[in-house]
Design a protein around this ligand. Structure first.
Ligand code: PLP
Length: 451
């Protein structure tokens, strides 16, 4: 039952009094949408308003909302046992089964799974296991991590340092040392096809040479830069990055916290280009957001190294809730839904429909540039002049206006980064729902830009 205005206002006051939200800025919460329930791609707020969840909440609700199978999987497991310790000499059945399932689905050479509770923990663990591996190989000097501009990797201090978006650094310094970023090289002449944000694989090679290959443990890449603005790679980017990593003896970590488990139309994004990472970092869609869980997954070579450590070199990395049986049971059921309903193929088909729909509706628009999509991730940039790419003045808040129009008039919740508008709806979306998103977006852009 929708609540009345008085109850809504009371909830809002209580929210404002005590709840510190992620990326907290008080004015954002003046008139919050307070969600209550969901079904498929649809969300309903406490006032009874319905919205299409155009970003799968936070890129995570892959199988859609309201899946009673997942509620049942959690309840059945909780009835069996609260929690069991997975440390020295203990294990649990859902975690054992889930590790096998994840290895089956992941890249061919993947073999070992360490469960975490979030994408940040997965990326931080990925760096720790990379450094640990190089120590076991007798190369303790290989400690640096190179990450890319405009990438997002998490909210802990180390993963904020990995993130290539300076807005996430302000007032949190000093950042973690030995975590560095690529830069646009001077005087670069090459035959690479650039990514949609303009970079190419040589940016990574230059960063390795700048730091010294003997000091670099790993390169960290999101296959599609998600929270930074849905920036898609060119087809030659990741094959070249792999080749560069091999040439300089550097590990490749794929941060597939967004792209993992089907989002790009493949179970894992680098499959599209036949590229295999050394460490794979996941979270979000592993449980479709019904319960927190993540993982980092390592190749046979790294697993073999971990299995042959001497007694004084135990991999002393741990979280209380690693391989939590309830989260593992939900993840197993969630992955089964994805397989039964062929949601990875649906992500490809509906992603193409969304990308083409946005191109048909907005391609050639005077204020729209850089329409981009890969699988069920799409974005475009609002600009003052599409022929030159000149941006709108930031103070006009064009992205914010389109986002608000989409929400309040179009009934679509999505995300913006500056003047880029982003979409990543649940993998279960159907054609009619995709068309609603496209129509609402075309209307919002027309009304806000006046064209
Ligand atoms: C690519 C990527 N990596 C890591 C993270 C951090 O994940 P979490 O917020 O679960 O810690 C995110 C979160 O959005 C992400 O998009």
């Amino acid at each position: 039952m929708p609540v009345g205005q008085d109850t809504y206002e009371a909830l809002t006051r209580e929210d404002q009094a005590h709840l510190l939200h992620p990326q907290f800025y008080a004015p954002d919460h003046a008139e919050p949408v307070i969600f209550e329930s969901g079904e498929g791609v649809w969300l309903t707020d406490v006032r009874g308003r319905r919205y299409i969840d155009g970003l799968s909440s936070l890129w995570n609700v892959a199988v859609g909302h309201g899946r009673t199978e997942l509620a049942d999987a959690a309840a059945d497991q909780i009835r069996k046992v609260a929690f069991t310790n997975n440390y020295v000499g203990y294990s649990n059945v859902p975690a054992i089964k889930l590790a096998s399932k994840v290895v089956d689905l992941a890249y061919e050479d993947m073999a070992g799974v360490f469960f975490t509770n979030s994408g940040s923990e997965s990326n931080e663990g990925a760096l720790k296991v990379a450094r640990f591996y190089w120590n076991l190989q007798g190369q303790p000097g290989k400690v640096k991590l190179i990450a890319r501009e405009r990438s997002y990797h998490g909210g802990t201090l180390a993963t904020s340092s990995m993130t290539g978006l300076p807005v996430f650094w302000k007032y949190f310094g000093p950042l973690v040392p030995e975590i560095v970023h690529t830069e646009k090289p001077d005087n670069l002449e090459c035959d690479c096809e650039p990514n949609s944000d303009g970079e190419c694989a040589h940016w990574i090679e230059r960063a390795i040479l700048r730091e010294g290959p003997d000091t670099v443990a790993a390169i960290l890449c999101e296959p599609v830069k998600g929270a930074g603005g849905v920036w898609t790679p060119s087809d030659d980017y990741f094959p070249r990055v792999r080749e560069i990593c091999d040439r300089y003896n550097v590990l490749l970590i794929a941060d597939e916290v967004i792209t993992g488990f089907g989002r790009t139309g493949h179970w894992f994004a680098l499959e599209r280009w036949g590229v295999q990472p050394d460490i794979l970092s996941v979270a979000k869609a592993i449980t479709s957001g019904y319960i927190p869980m993540g993982a980092f997954i390592v190749t046979n070579a790294i697993l073999d190294a971990l299995k042959s450590t001497p007694a004084d070199a135990r991999f002393m990395h741990a979280y209380t809730n690693s391989a939590h049986p309830t989260a593992a049971a939900v993840a197993l059921r969630n992955l089964q839904i994805m397989e039964d309903e062929q949601l990875v193929a649906n992500a490809q088909a509906m992603g193409d429909r969304l990308g083409e729909g946005l191109r048909d509706a907005l391609g050639g628009h005077a204020h729209v540039a850089n329409l981009r999509h890969l699988g069920l991730m799409a974005g475009f940039s609002l600009v003052a002049d599409a022929s030159t790419g000149a941006p709108f003045e930031a103070s006009r808040g064009m992205g914010l206006q389109v986002q608000k129009h989409l929400r309040d008039q179009g009934g679509v919740i999505t995300r913006i980064v500056g003047d880029s508008v982003l979409f990543a709806p649940p993998l279960c979306i159907n054609a009619a729902e995709v068309d609603l998103v496209v129509e609402a977006t075309a209307r919002a852009v027309r009304d806000v830009t006046g064209k």
